[in-house]
Design a protein around this ligand. Structure first.
Ligand code: DAU
Length: 368
């Protein structure tokens, strides 16, 4: 039995991982530590709240004392660190929270793990600190360049990416200096259930259903390497179970797409879904698909993001060879499954659309 702390477990990737881990390790104690910022959503954990092995702690990583308390009272032996401010556009508008949460917060967690695990008597399960990071630390790729490997030098573009790079360096330094048993995974663009609709895929799905413009930055020619959240969970679990302390593993989907192509695929899936189910037209009367129009009619090119990275792509050969990682999800099937999830879970995202924090953010996006 392991005593697991999942930071940011009420966020997108953290919630997916919490469900994944509890479904496979039913005897483990799982504690989610989450500040419930705008992107944290306790309802994403509704299915596990009644599990006696699960505990939710409302806490902020920036509060070092709160971090030490939960680590100590739960006697944690596995930390899976998802908590972060993650949205590039927000980091451009207001970088402060990215530095305090992603850098100082990560340091608070490292320090608490070091102090708890220092001179700890041996147990069945060795302690582990797994840090979830991003391919954005590597910067942008030109069209002809090979994908990022774990040896690619860090060159972050946005304040978000710089804050994640700084956190990665701290994790490595704690391994090198203090011998903390750390692993890091750097993933490409993830999508799937429970993703806050500020990110491209859920934003496009919700705008398609509401008949609102689909904002494509610049010429829509930026390339992202998409990885389904379920594949990401498998990759993180493999890094924890088979990864070597001190090592970093890139988790990519080997699935590079231009944004315009991704948005067109979603438009087609929505058109198909409405054609196959007349009830959708009644549920979402403002969708073009409900009015015999093509969803692509909503595509709208808007001014580009400052410093926008043109292309990301991740070489996952190390994770494949050393961990057995295999991102199996077909992209179109993953998008269809994601669309189905948003269609089935309308109350989940309607509550976000009704939240003043979302309303003011989206209003600001469109007033630029
Ligand atoms: O690569 C991993 C990263 O992927 C994560 O570390 C970040 O936390 C996550 O936000 C994501 O970063 P991106 O900036 O690539 O994701 P986002 O969904 O914001 O945008 C995906 C692409 O779509 C990007 O090229 C910007 C573009 N875009 C995005 C939005 C929200 C648009 O064209 N229009 C939009 O409205």
């Amino acid at each position: 039995m392991r005593r697991v702390l999942i930071t940011g477990g009420a966020g997108f990737l953290g919630a997916n991982f919490t469900h994944y881990w509890l479904a496979r390790h039913s005897g483990d104690r799982v504690v989610v530590f989450d500040a419930l910022t705008y992107a944290g959503n306790r309802t994403s954990l509704a299915a596990v709240e009644a599990n006696p092995n699960f505990r939710f702690v409302h806490g902020d990583l920036r509060n070092a004392e709160a971090v030490e308390t939960v680590m100590g009272e739960e006697d944690i032996d596995l930390v899976v660190h998802f908590a972060a401010e993650t949205h590039v556009d927000r980091s451009i508008d207001d970088p402060d929270a990215f530095v305090t949460t992603n850098v100082v917060g990560t340091h608070n967690l490292l320090r608490a793990a070091r102090s708890l695990w220092h001179n700890r008597p041996a147990r069945d399960t060795a302690p582990r600190f797994h840090h979830v990071s991003t391919d954005e630390v590597y910067g942008a790729l030109r069209p002809e360049e090979p994908p990022f490997t774990e040896a690619t030098a860090y060159a972050p573009s946005s304040p978000y990416a710089a804050s994640k790079a700084a956190a990665d360096h701290l994790v490595r330094a704690y391994h090198r200096t203090y011998g903390l048993p750390t692993t890091i995974s750097n993933c490409s663009n993830c999508f799937g259930p429970y993703q806050y609709p500020e990110k491209l895929i859920p934003l496009v799905i919700i705008h398609l259903l509401g008949g609102r413009p689909l904002p494509l930055y610049g010429d829509g020619g930026q390339v992202r390497d998409w990885l389904h959240a379920a594949d990401h969970c498998r990759g993180v679990a493999l890094a924890i179970e088979r990864g070597v302390p001190g090592q970093t593993y890139n988790l990519g989907g080997a699935n590079e797409r231009r944004n315009l192509e991704t948005v067109r695929m979603l438009c087609n899936l929505v058109d198909e879904a409405f054609a196959g189910d007349p009830a959708l037209g009644r549920r979402f009367p403002d969708a073009p698909a409900a009015n015999r129009k093509e969803s692509t009619s909503l595509i709208t090119f808007v001014p580009d993001r400052p410093g926008h990275d043109r292309r990301y792509a991740v070489e996952a050969a190390k994770a494949r060879c050393e961990l057995g990682f295999d991102p199996g999800m077909d992209f179109n099937a993953g998008l269809r499954e994601t669309l189905d999830w948003y269609l089935t879970n309308e109350p989940w995202w309607n509550a976000i659309l009704d939240d003043d924090r979302y309303r003011s953010w989206i209003a600001a996006q469109y007033s630029r």
